[in-house]
Design a protein around this ligand. Structure first.
Ligand code: SF4
Ligand code: MSK
Length: 679
């Protein structure tokens, strides 16, 4: 691949990434971008979702064009059946990934409470007690460890329940939404139950009805957002401590030439938390000094980064497409990986750049990597061994070339802390947010989440979409690699409100003291967004079901099955979701219409597959405006300020007559019924 400045612009919107990529590619290093080019042209049938290899009579493919060509597979499966079957298998895989993560966090908490997990303790006992109260578990007069064990046992049952329904929806979601879920039959019995059923339904010769298949996909996905991921977040907060707003830095420039650099990559917080602790161990710091290093830096990539950023303030080395670039700096002494989003190609680079790639999970081994099996019982000892390996490798560095670029950020927002200081010490209140929307200062809230993909310019869609939303008075919440993309561009700083936000959003940010883009954590922490939406309904004035809210979601650079699962549970929860690049369904216009239109009448949410991030932002805002009109909310206070190309900050805040004649927001509307009670 030639590295002209034009081709670099197409690869990444991040100038720091482009700098490293150019050097790497000029030096002949293979990257995801060059491998992506090698894969072209892609199979059109596969892209459109019209290839089936579920049974050994296949693979079969469907001709989507007029004229000659098969319209059915050997068994008679249609385009709709084939595309829907494969799509919900992807949903099931995404749900499994998040839920297995959640399962492991709960298990670790149980072991910690039993004194069997070395180095772990219950860092936020109040969060445990609050959760126990919510779940109806007795706490008075009991040891905190006893409560933790009972809660962990109850949580583990969420995974393999065989009857009833998962517990969080009835506890947290609005009554009207839960009622609809029950009527539509999309509340899961248990996480694993629905995954198993997905695999059964999609086996050759079982479910051939695309509507029935997609409805089960929605039910399966609910086991992610409203069980597996929600448990990962709640129990992660209990075990590792609830995040608080924290300052840190992001991008490859956080790596240090004169320190031992350990990059943790993947998704789970269990081992990375211990590695951060071990990096502060006096004996290991002394050992590092003896090798000529001034310290030990632990930074992260992908969602492991977000986990230790949110709770420890650890710097973020980058998002998904930064993983190979980090090695190309020659400054990474150990790349420690657990599960998910890890490119096997890392091991090949490691040899060139002295880096040791260490795998730790029995579920995720890579040929050629050193494997140090993780075991909670000896977690701290294992973390020390890994840190020691990095220190021993420090003197083996060859050429080190770390770019200067890094950006300040603020992260660590949660449902509990975002508005806490306005509601007093013990109760957060969403009143300022609801009032902002009701009064027309804010248009609505958008969740922009998900990955990077080589099919789109790295970070570009995230940045264009988020800037467009901010300029139009939409508060943006983010998780995962999307959050890292915006952090690199400076959007996660309080000052970003002054630069990017429309007048109404700016007023809210200044009044509450928050950035216009709130980083809520890793991919499993999308569950925080679901809980925040429930709190908005509970606070009152914005309808009585989740689908009434003027909100929208987007995954503008989606890459993996987990993103599909998230999209599904957001739509099931009543959200409008723009997903790009499109899921592999476009070969079936019937299935595409069901996902993008018909499904709205069933669950209140729907998908859209617009690739252009600005157009997608406008569609998201049109949806918010539709919801505002249905709620009979006041007109927006400030004129729209569409950016058109997403590059430039709004030239002038819409200092229009609207600002001078700001309408009185009026009294808050009363709270309507919410099924659960949360303090
Ligand atoms: Fe072909 Fe049907 Fe087998 Fe799929 S399940 S590979 S469409 S015969
Ligand atoms: S890490 S799932 S690339 S967001 Fe969660 Fe990033 Fe997507 Fe992995």
């Amino acid at each position: 691949m030639t590295t002209t400045s034009e081709s670099m612009e197409k690869q990444s919107a991040d100038p720091v990434a482009r700098e490293v990529l150019k050097k790497a590619q000029d030096a002949g290093m293979e990257t995801a971008y060059s491998r992506h080019a090698d894969q072209e042209p892609r199979c059109g049938f596969g892209n459109l979702g019209l290839c089936c290899r579920i049974c050994d009579m296949g693979p079969c493919r469907i001709n989507p064009f007029p004229g000659e060509g098969p319209r059915r597979g050997v068994c008679g499966a249609t385009a709709e059946t084939i595309a829907a079957r494969h799509l919900i298998r992807q949903v099931a895989a995404g749900v499994a990934a998040h839920s297995d993560h959640g399962h492991d966090v709960v298990k670790t908490l149980r072991l910690a409470a039993q004194g069997k997990a070395q180095g772990y303790s219950i860092k936020d006992p109040q969060r445990l007690l609050d959760l126990a109260k919510e779940w109806g578990v007795k706490t008075e007069g009991r040891e905190i460890a006893d409560v933790a064990i009972e809660m962990a046992d109850a949580a583990l049952r969420e995974f393999n329940n065989q009857e009833g329904e998962i517990r969080y929806p009835a506890l947290r979601a609005p009554e009207a939404t839960v009622k609809n879920w029950r009527e539509r039959g999309i509340l899961p019995v248990g996480v694993e139950h629905e995954i198993v059923e997905t695999l059964h339904r999609t086996h050759e010769g079982v479910d051939a009805d695309y509507v029935n298949l997609i409805m089960h996909g929605l039910r399966t996905s609910m086991g992610d957002g409203w069980a597996g991921a929600m448990l990962a977040t709640d129990f992660g907060d209990i075990l590792f401590g609830s995040p608080k707003p924290v300052r840190s830095q992001v991008n490859l420039g956080v790596l240090k030439a004169d320190e031992v650099n350990i990059v943790v990559h993947g998704h789970e917080p269990t081992l990375s938390e211990m590695v951060v602790a071990a990096s502060r161990d006096k004996e290991l710091l002394d050992l590092a000094a003896s090798k000529g290093a001034k310290g030990i830096l632990v930074g992260g990539i992908c969602c492991t980064a977000n986990e230790i950023l949110m709770r420890q303030g650890a710097p973020v080395v980058g998002n998904f497409l930064h993983q190979e670039l980090a090695l190309a700096t020659g400054a990474v002494d150990v790349m420690l990986v657990d599960v998910q989003c890890i490119m096997p190609a890392l091991v090949e680079h490691a040899e060139k750049f002295h880096t040791k790639v260490i795998t730790t999970s029995k579920k995720a081994r890579i040929p050629g990597a050193e494997h140090i099996p993780f075991d909670e019982a000896q977690a701290y000892d294992i973390a020390r061994r890994i840190v020691r390996t990095a220190i021993e490798n420090f003197p083996n560095r060859r050429v080190v070339d770390i770019p200067a670029g890094k950006t300040d950020l603020v992260a660590g927002f949660t449902v509990q802390n975002t508005f806490q200081h306005l509601g007093g010490r013990y109760r957060s209140t969403f009143r300022p947010l609801n009032d902002g929307i009701i009064s027309g200062r804010l248009r609505g809230v958008a969740a922009v989440i998900g990955c990077n993909t080589v099919k789109k310019t790295q970070d570009d869609s995230h940045l264009k979409m988020v800037k467009e939303l901010l300029a139009n008075d939409v508060l943006v919440v983010m998780t995962g690699c999307a959050a890292t993309a915006c952090a690199k561009a400076g959007l996660l700083q309080p000052e970003a409100a002054e630069k990017w936000a429309g007048a109404g959003l700016r007023e809210i940010c200044e009044a509450v003291g928050i950035p216009p883009v709130l980083h809520l954590g890793s991919c499993v922490d999308n569950s925080r967004i679901l809980v925040a939406l429930c709190e908005m309904i509970k606070e009152g004035g914005l309808g009585d079901k989740l689908s009434d809210l003027p909100i929208a979601g987007a995954a503008p650079e989606a890459m993996c099955e987990k993103a599909i699962a998230i999209g599904f549970y957001c739509v099931a929860s009543g959200a409008y979701v723009n997903y790009s690049p499109a899921m592999r369904v476009l070969g079936s216009p019937v299935l595409t219409r069901f996902l993008t239109e018909d499904i709205e009448a069933i669950v209140g949410g729907k998908f859209n597959f617009e690739d252009d991030p600005i157009k997608a932002a406008h569609l998201m805002m049109a949806h918010m405006d539709k919801k505002r009109a249905a709620l009979k909310l006041r007109p927006l206070m400030y004129a729209a300020s569409f950016l058109t190309d997403g590059k430039d900050a709004p030239t002038a805040a819409p200092e229009t007559a609207a600002r001078a004649e700001r309408p009185d927001p009026g009294p808050a509307q009363p709270a309507r019924g919410c099924a659960g009670k949360r303090s």
